[in-house]
Design a binder for this molecule. Structure first.
Ligand SMILES: *Cc1c(COP(=O)(O)O)cnc(C)c1O
Length: 286
């Protein structure tokens, strides 16, 4: 039997039901996290819980659990679902109230849900890389919040998929921002470059792990805006996310990135990233 977390209780997944006037359902009024599980253990869990609480706070939702309580509940959920490799999906909405754009007055209970999803690592793509398209970033100006409102992201990803690609690399005019559900990196002359974490992108936890790895291993790294032209002339391109890890991008808009195979720095970062996974979660099956 599968279980889910609903407002602090671990219940049968099929018993987890949400009201039709939940503000997440009607407005996307909430925030979420995806947490990677390796060997039954949560990777970078503190970072995910911190971001979850911060995202919620930034839209005025106060989660009635501490980070520690959430961690214990998620651990229990993992154990009950016997999850070895996969993800935890967790979201919180402002709660249930008669439909009105205004925040409900008085204290309403946020709706907090978490469940598990089985899923292996994308080993084949990690090895040979993925294709991407370029598309204008049409999203709002608070992309730093991991909001449930994902229409802009969905339209971009769908467009990529319809062109046989894994991801859509978004740009605002000349500036590359991020993928539909990933952060974008380029490598030029040995320097790793990625958009600074501001309101235009989601501050990825995988991105931050990669930045730390670069600093610790003396790999030159810059957090700054880079242009579409720089992307097109890059030596290497890769993307990062909780589920995609350090994923080489080998083709953009039908044009190969250099010779069309994952680059040296990207492969080095993949290796170092795997080491970090193993530090936290134990030895990976390959
Ligand atoms: C979640 C997400 C990312 C990646 O963040 P991780 O914490 O590394 O999974 C990047 N961009 C967007 C828009 C996202 O929603």
């Amino acid at each position: 039997m599968e279980f889910a977390l609903l407002n602090g209780n671990i219940i049968k997944r099929s018993d987890a039901k949400i009201d039709i006037e939940d503000r997440g359902y009607q407005f996307g009024d909430g925030v979420y996290e995806v947490i990677r599980i390796y060997n039954g253990r949560m990777f970078t869990i503190d970072e995910h819980l911190n971001r979850f609480l911060k995202s919620a706070e930034s839209i005025g939702i106060s989660i009635p659990f501490t980070s520690l309580q959430l961690k214990e509940l998620l651990d229990e959920l993992l154990l009950k679902n016997n999850l070895e490799t996969g993800n935890i999906y967790m979201q919180v909405t402002r709660g249930t109230a008669p439909r009105n754009h205004l925040f409900p007055s008085g204290d309403i209970m946020p709706t907090l849900v978490a469940y598990t999803i089985k899923g292996v690592r994308p080993l084949e793509s990690l090895k040979s890389g993925v294709k991407a398209i370029l598309t204008e970033d049409i999203r709002w100006l608070r992309c730093d919040i991991k909001s449930l409102n994902l229409l802009g992201n969905l339209l971009a990803k769908q467009k990529a998929s319809e062109q046989g690609c894994f991801e859509a690399i978004q740009h605002r005019g000349d500036d590359v921002t991020e993928g539909s559900s990933s952060n974008i990196f380029i490598v030029k002359n040995g320097t790793v470059i990625t958009h600074e974490s501001n309101h235009l992108i989601l501050k990825g936890i995988t991105k931050d792990v990669i930045l730390d790895i670069c600093v610790i291993n003396n790999i030159p790294v810059q957090e700054r805006t880079f242009s579409v032209a720089e992307l097109e002339e890059a030596d290497e391109v890769f993307l990062s996310s909780t589920t995609a890890e350090v994923m080489p991008v080998v083709e953009i808009n039908g044009k190969k990135v250099q010779s069309g195979v994952p680059g040296h720095t990207t492969r080095k970062l993949q290796e170092l990233f795997e080491k970090e996974i193993e530090n936290q979660c134990g030895v990976l099956l390959r």
